[in-house]
Ligand binder design. Structure first.
Ligand code: ATP
Length: 447
């Protein structure tokens, strides 16, 4: 298809304000009448374990089609908006834009796959500007080009979900989000195809962020219809001037695709590791749970931190010899600890038997025997019969864990974590027609 433009941008926000999806929505509002969207805006979460992220390491891609002059106009709007609205005064905000015309090169698709688990340098990403149909624009360090190209290179052909986002009036940024919370419980019950609205285990509403960013609600679901319906059932107590729906790789586990042996692990990657438990899990200061695992290549510590709540209690029941698969981010060694896998998810593959030893019974009077002293066998406390050769009975105690997958509670899960409720669901075959996408986007732009 000719006259297609893929637009990616990232690293526009800081913890003090803004949000890359908000900027995307402002851009969409401005360009919508000029061009046709080939997809919903894409919100692509990349490796959540890299140190540069603000929150969830999200980048945005817009995929549009139009006359050449209209595409040029769109480029200008994107450059101006990123330049003028990014939080560039923040030291850690280093915006980047990427434009790719027509076909996305397979090398950028490969970059995107790698950006899900690895750490990529700005220089590596900048090399894509040598392709004739690729343009990258950096502000300050321009680290955002890594995410911008990462977003463009992920066409969301595999499993995906949707997120509906609503945005606040600027005068309300930084204030408490006021909403009729009953309406959120109601919306949750009425829309079975939305998920992660409420963590019932910890009675916590999940759709309202807490930071100074412009987002009021973020509703996640399997279909556009479901997330829009849930939003329509919620009663906010403030004016919400903008909304948008993003198609996203959130809640698909897409960052866990690569298996590593322990000696291959390096800081900040997202890794899958098959290993055996080698010491009994124990709590350290701060109520974090630590244990070590090994495979044929080495040994490493694993950690489940305090915010993962009951997840720690479950993992504390692991025993030496249990065979597990750990899914986690690699924390570098520091003064007080060695390199560690921060556990995001864990699969138990095999459990060792847990045994206890009990004194046997007297064959004469059926009473429980007592020890007759070290290496002296047993003696019956009732009929005084002595048993010199008898061995203790070995009893198997049921394990408190079962084979299968363990996840932290919803309040402690990552954006990319596939929640249990999604089960085996895979939306890869449910893409919408371009006409329908543009009709829905038109309604969202009008708010
Ligand atoms: P938000 O989720 O609120 O939009 P964020 O958590 O996405 O914010 P950013 O401000 O976008 O945080 O910062 C993430 C930075 O990390 C960006 O500059 C992005 O280009 C870069 N980045 C993303 N993935 C990788 C990767 N795999 N390797 C190296 N850098 C990366």
């Amino acid at each position: 298809m000719k006259n297609v433009l893929h637009i990616g941008f990232d690293d526009t926000d800081s913890l003090k304000g803004s949000c890359t999806t908000h900027l995307a929505t402002l851009i969409i509002q401005e360009i919508f009448d000029q061009i046709t969207f080939l997809d919903f805006p894409n919100l692509i979460r990349l490796n959540p374990n890299i140190p540069y992220k603000t929150r969830g390491n999200g980048a945005v891609a817009l995929r549009i089609k139009g006359e050449e002059k209209d595409l040029e106009y769109c480029k200008e709007i994107v450059i101006n908006k990123v330049k003028n609205l990014s939080e560039v005064d923040d030291e850690n905000t280093n915006p980047g834009i990427a434009f790719v015309e027509n076909e996305v090169p397979k090398e950028i698709v490969a970059h995107s796959k790698r950006a899900m688990w690895d750490v990529i340098s700005i220089k590596e990403a900048e090399e894509f500007s040598s392709f004739s149909n690729v343009e990258v624009i950096k502000f300050k360090l321009g680290r955002g080009i890594i995410g911008a190209l990462g977003a463009i290179g992920n066409p969301l052909k595999d499993d995906f979900t949707y997120e509906h986002l609503s945005y606040r009036e600027p005068k309300n940024f930084g204030t408490k989000r006021l909403v009729d919370s009953e309406s959120i419980y109601f919306a949750d019950k009425e829309t079975p195809l939305t998920f992660n609205n409420i963590d019932y285990e910890y009675n916590s509403i999940m759709i309202l962020p807490r930071g100074a960013d412009p987002v009021f609600t973020g509703i996640r679901g399997e279909t556009v219809e479901a997330v829009r319906k849930a939003y329509s059932l919620i009663s906010p107590l403030e004016e919400l001037p903008m909304q948008m729906v993003f198609r996203t790789n959130q809640h698909t586990n897409q960052h866990f695709t690569k298996q590593f042996s322990i000696n291959e692990l390096k800081p900040y990657i997202s890794a899958i590791v098959d290993a055996d438990v080698t010491n009994k899990p124990h709590y350290i200061e701060g109520s974090h749970l630590i244990f070590s695992v090994e495979d044929s290549t080495g040994k490493i510590d694993c950690a489940a931190y305090e915010p993962t709540k009951r997840f720690r209690g479950q993992l504390s029941k692991l025993l030496i010899g249990d065979k597990i698969t750990v899914f986690g981010g690699i924390r570098p060694a520091e003064e007080k600890h060695q390199m560690t896998i921060n556990i995001e998810r864990l699969k138990i593959n095999e459990l060792v038997k847990k045994n206890k030893f009990e004194n046997p019974f007297c064959s004469n009077c059926q009473s429980r025997l007592k020890s007759a002293g070290k290496n002296k066998g047993y003696k019956c406390p009732k009929c005084s019969t002595k048993y010199r050769e008898l061995q203790p009975n070995e009893i198997e105690i049921p394990r408190e864990l079962t084979i299968g997958e363990y996840l932290p509670p919803m309040i402690a899960q990552r954006h990319l974590t596939k929640p249990k409720v999604r089960g085996n669901r895979d939306n890869s075959s449910t893409q919408k027609q371009i006409k329908e996408i543009n009709t829905i986007l038109a309604a969202l732009v009008e708010n």
